[in-house]
Design a protein around this ligand. Structure first.
Ligand code: APR
Length: 310
């Protein structure tokens, strides 16, 4: 019998708890939920153990405050950190979350060698870069979750606008997970038709602006935290690509080594994720405006790298 996979969820807050729920519902494997707050991961794990019989699911989930319990994890999804508060930019969080990532990264290095690490903590690109630096894991095994979420937001708004199923909209958003992210209009289609032939230019401009600000829009509504259902779903979809060797093309924050003219930082690019982690960075042809926007986004990420010491 194949050995069950082990999923370590580091941070058991809003996203961490949702990750645990989705991991169980999608039968990813045995889940360990870790947090520094005593009792909280254990309480959430117990609650989820009681959900399993309702749906007839045989998942195992435990909560812990001991990082050593992630030992042997196949996948680590990291959400530990502080979320944004209203009026706070992702970058305001940088120093506090960098310290948390340093601590957690050391724990992953000690207990989960060989794991595929998906970082969700903001500011995303820089925290992912720092995680790779602290663990020393190969760059193909440390990725950041942002592009899947930003793309999903773009798809959702476009499908609403065009009044079609979200499954009819193919889109991609590249660049850093910040105000300078790059919705790639030239690769966005509706039923296979270029999006500019379906949605008017002024509406596309407005939708792309909304995509860039969607995280902040949710923060302003929630007032006490940031988005968690869709970030969790996005990270789970990336974990599934790795665990099931799907080789799906999706945007993720990856270590750039000259692709798209960017080097030495993590940035959101299209990649293939399979059993080898990030198996390939896919180079698509961008138009001049998109290429310039990606370069600007890379500059924005670089400015945060220095603050984080990544
Ligand atoms: N080790 C483990 N867990 C920690 C640590 C640490 N050193 N420091 C903080 N945490 C935990 C908190 O106790 C909390 O339970 O991280 C959890 C974060 O959960 P939430 O505050 O609910 O935040 P969440 O909405 O899940 O977002 C987490 O993802 O999207 C990003 O900006 C968001 O950086 C934030 C992260």
């Amino acid at each position: 019998m194949a050995k069950r996979k082990k999923i370590a969820l580091i941070g058991a807050g809003q996203i961490g708890g949702t990750l645990a729920l989705l991991s169980g519902l999608r039968n990813l494997g045995d889940v360990v939920l870790f947090d520094i707050v005593e009792g909280m991961p254990q309480g959430k794990a117990l609650d989820l153990q009681h959900l399993a019989p309702v749906f007839g699911l045989d998942f195992s989930i435990t909560g812990t405050n001991n990082i050593a319990d992630i030992k042997g994890a196949d996948v680590c999804i990291v959400t530990s950190g502080l979320p944004r508060k209203p009026g706070m930019s992702r970058d305001d969080l940088v120093k506090t979350n960098a310290d948390i990532i340093r601590t957690i990264g050391a724990g992953i290095k000690e207990h989960a060698q060989g794991a595929f690490v998906i970082v969700v903590t903001n500011p995303l690109d820089v925290m992912t870069q720092l995680m790779q630096k602290v663990t020393g894991f190969p760059t193909n095994m440390v990725v950041g979750m942002a592009g899947v979420l930003d793309t999903a937001r773009y798809q959702a708004f476009l499908a609403q606008e065009a009044k079609v199923s979200i499954t009819s909209v193919a889109a991609t958003v590249l660049g850093g997970h910040g105000d300078d992210m790059v919705p790639v209009r030239s690769y966005t289609t509706c039923g296979g038709v270029p999006i500019e032939q379906v949605v008017a230019k002024d509406r596309l401009d407005a939708i792309e602006k909304r995509v860039r600000g969607a995280g902040g829009e949710i923060v302003a509504l929630l007032k006490t935290g940031s988005a968690f259902y869709s970030p969790a779903a996005s990270a789970i979809s990336m974990a599934e690509c790795y665990l099931n060797d799907k080789k799906k093309i999706l945007p993720a924050a990856v270590s750039c080594n000259g692709e798209y003219g960017v080097k030495g930082i993590y940035l959101g690019l299209p990649v293939i994720i399979g059993a080898g982690g990030v198996e390939k960075i896919v180079e698509i042809e961008l138009n001049d405006a998109e290429r310039a926007a990606l370069a600007k986004s890379a500059d924005a990420v670089r400015s945060v790298v220095a603050i984080a010491g990544a």
